[in-house]
Design a protein around this ligand. Structure first.
Ligand code: MLT
Length: 258
């Protein structure tokens, strides 16, 4: 399987950030700067997004987790990393945590959920697949936008719109299949033994606060942070508050060492 494209900044303990659907690793541009001061921040593009190739088959959360592990191997990062994912990135981070717990010193689950798609959500995915195939990723993202941000027209929403418009239909459709078919990770949460930051925008309409509260309860070593005035894409919607919450957790003893 081909290597994932990525961008990185800084030196120090590795902090890997996995992006949301249907964007790419550039959605972390601000966090690459903020946390690059004392971390090696690595933001890959998922299969078929940004500059990462789309494999002929096999886009699943598990194959993405393996590709992230291969990326770390390629970068000669052998020590445990802090892995963060927002929404779809969180699903991949959960798959990674299940397969490679020994490679984690901490986990950040932002605006995401551990449960699989319900039958209703699966059939909505099928409708979205048909819509994207008949239209464009940009048109699909316009439909999603009101649920992505706490208010319209912010700099973050303009940037997300730009990124979505650059994604290709094939990669987006393959990801939608992977989102629809992803495994449930709820039971696995109880086995995680590393510090986890569960973070959610108070206005998140896609993975609401209650979902994060349930995840935090299931985890042994979780810290829950609710970002005021932020919707689903909380790192773009309220970047100052998002970065402050992550920084506080990184500075805290909970994030130090397994
Ligand atoms: C995302 O932001 O990555 C998506 O909302 C994830 C999803 O649709 O489940």
């Amino acid at each position: 399987m081909s290597a994932l494209a990525h961008r990185e900044s800084g030196n120090g303990p590795a902090l890997v950030l996995l992006h949301a659907f249907p964007l790419d690793g550039r959605m972390w541009r601000r966090q690459l700067d903020t946390f690059g001061v004392d971390h090696r921040v690595i933001a890959p593009d998922a299969f078929g997004f940004g500059q990462s190739p789309l494999p002929a088959s096999g886009w699943t959360m598990d194959s993405m987790a393996e590709a992230v592990a291969a990326l770390l191997d390629g970068l000669r990062i052998r020590e445990p990393v802090i892995l963060g994912g927002l929404s779809m990135g969180g699903y991949i981070a959960l798959a990674f945590a299940k397969r490679f717990p020994e490679r984690l010193s901490g986990l950040i689950l932002a605006d995401t959920r551990a449960d699989a798609d319900s039958p209703v959500a699966k059939s909505t995915r099928d409708e979205t697949i048909a819509f994207v195939e008949a239209n464009s990723v940009a048109t699909q993202f316009e439909k999603m936008l009101p649920n992505m941000f706490s208010s319209a027209g912010s700099e973050g929403s303009r940037y997300a719109r730009e990124l979505a418009a650059e994604q290709c239909i094939d990669g987006t459709v393959a990801a939608l299949h992977a989102l629809r078919d992803r495994a449930d990770s709820v039971a696995a949460l109880r086995s995680f033994d590393f510090p986890t930051l569960v973070l959610v925008g108070r206005e998140d309409a896609i993975t609401p606060k209650a979902v994060s509260e349930v995840m935090a309860k299931e985890l042994k070593r979780a810290k829950l942070e609710v970002i005021p005035d932020a919707g689903h894409l909380s790192n773009l919607d309220a970047p100052d508050a998002f970065d402050a919450a992550v920084q506080k957790w990184l500075n805290g003893s909970a994030a130090r060492g397994p």
